[in-house]
Write a protein that binds this ligand. Structure first.
Ligand SMILES: Cc1cc2nc3c(=O)[nH]c(=O)nc-3n(C[C@H](O)[C@H](O)[C@H](O)COP(=O)(O)OP(=O)(O)OC[C@H]3O[C@@H](n4cnc5c(N)ncnc54)[C@H](O)[C@@H]3O)c2cc1C
Length: 405
């Protein structure tokens, strides 16, 4: 008889895990997926494209209903798991009967942060995380409301672009001295700022929010330096927090995320976690590729194989802004590493390659990112670059065309 395997969360990590399990452990498990969002698993990454009017919402589904049915998966969506009885191996579902499991996987993702300032709960204050948020933001754009976006990372920039494209006046405010500071060095971030401003988006750096004001709906935002910005809508894009509540309440070890080992197992037997809710070797990833790598390892482990997750090399690219931005690996350049830099501000191009011990260890590209995947591959494989070093700044075609790596 198939063992009951229950997955909590119907997001990108869960969908990939089911796909991997269907390939490697078909028939071994009776899989049930419990998801709080009221729809089939969808590509969350593409929400930015939906907001920018480049993708329709119904095109986001990762798999059609028949795909899940064909794999014998019991799907319950629109209902949240509310508790885990670790000893009895039972998962409680809000308003429903508990289900028993032999293995449980937590894939609960993250929750978007709302700043802890007065007025944060006024009407007109939004986040940018799920399909419902995007429906609300599309309405804000259509009504051309004055928008302030709090947060100058990838999410904030993509929200700013989508709303500005819809014709809304957008101000983007950021606490740090540069945009995307976790992915870009100073020159790259300065160039990005100029390119973003050219799209009609006002950017304010080094500013913090002291409060939002308005009667019932937000009317503006006050900065700590005393300045005030009028706004009909405010969007918090200032970070995420791994969704650890369920695990924490059940007594499973949590830190920032749900603590897992190299097999993605928590400190409770037969209970696993992956994706944005998991913390592996002290790292909570906020990107989809690590979740997919974790899904592959966990599926192999659940299929009875030996597999180990050793962490991920992460890369980021800005998707919808009309500005090509890519960053991977050691983008700042750790002590002892060398850098090759091309900085053509007038042309809107910045490239930085970081080299350490004869391999590429980091890259930042603004403007021209067509060789991003090649650089990423070099970083991931740590391939020796001595033979292509002279040409690699100018892209794959030139470097590989002249000498094999
Ligand atoms: C607008 C946007 C753009 C992005 N762009 C990129 C990008 O370009 N590149 C990139 O790598 N990443 C990007 N990301 C991040 C990426 O989407 C996430 O890393 C990825 O979705 C994580 O997958 P996950 O399954 O761990 O979490 P999620 O996809 O968030 O899925 C978790 C699911 O669990 C559900 N859940 C939570 N608690 C419960 C419960 N108690 N019971 C039942 N269900 C529950 C949630 O409702 C949610 O549906 C972007 C995110 C957003 C919002």
């Amino acid at each position: 008889m198939s063992e009951p395997l229950v997955i909590v969360g119907n997001g990108m990590a869960a969908a990939r895990l089911v796909d991997e399990l269907a390939k490697s452990a078909l028939g071994r498990y009776a899989i049930a997926v419990i998801g709080a969002e009221p729809r089939l698993a969808y590509n969350r990454v593409l929400l930015s494209s939906v907001l920018a009017g480049e993708t329709a919402s119904h095109e986001l589904e990762l798999q059609p209903a028949s795909w899940w049915r064909d794999r014998g998966v019991t799907l319950k969506y629109g209902c949240a798991a509310s508790g885990i009885d670790v000893g009895r191996r039972e998962l409680k579902i809000a308003g429903e009967e508990s289900v028993t499991f032999s293995k449980l996987v937590l894939a609960t993702g993250s929750v978007p942060l709302r700043l802890d300032v007065p007025g944060a709960d006024l009407a007109g204050v939004h986040t940018f995380r799920d399909g419902r948020d995007v429906d609300l933001l599309l309405a804000v754009g259509a009504q051309k409301k004055r928008v302030v976006i709090v947060g100058g990372g990838l999410l904030g920039l993509e929200a700013a672009y989508g709303l500005a494209k819809a014709g809304a006046p957008v101000t983007l405010i950021h606490l740090m001295d540069r945009l995307m500071e976790r992915q870009l060095d100073k020159p790259a971030a300065e160039l990005l700022k100029r390119l973003v401003e050219r799209k009609g988006i006002e950017v304010l750096l080094n500013v913090s929010t002291s409060r939002l004001h308005g009667e019932t709906s937000v009317q503006g935002l006050e900065l700590a330096d005393g300045r005030s910005i009028d706004a009909d809508a405010v969007i918090f894009a200032a970070g995420i927090r791994p969704n650890i509540a369920l695990a924490g309440q059940a007594g499973i070890s949590v830190n920032r995320g749900i603590v897992v080992d190299d097999r993605l197992q928590t400190d409770a037997t037969d209970i696993f976690a992956l994706g944005e809710c998991a913390e592996h070797r002290g790292i909570c990833y906020g990107l989809v590729e690590p979740a997919y790598e974790q899904a592959r390892v966990l599926a192999q482990h659940l299929a009875g194989g030996a597999a180990s997750y050793n962490g991920s090399v992460v890369s980021t690219n800005l998707k919808v802004s009309g500005i090509n931005v890519f960053s991977a690996g050691d983008f700042i350049a750790a002590e002892g590493s060398e850098t090759i830099v091309l900085n053509d501000t007038k042309h809107g191009t910045y490239k930085k390659l970081v080299i350490s011990n004869g391999s590429l260890t980091g890259a930042v590209l603004v403007g021209d990112s067509q060789d991003a995947l090649w650089y990423l591959e070099l970083i991931r494989t740590r391939a020796p670059i001595a033979k292509i070093r002279g040409d690699m700044m100018f892209g794959r075609a030139l470097a590989i065309g002249s000498k094999a790596a």
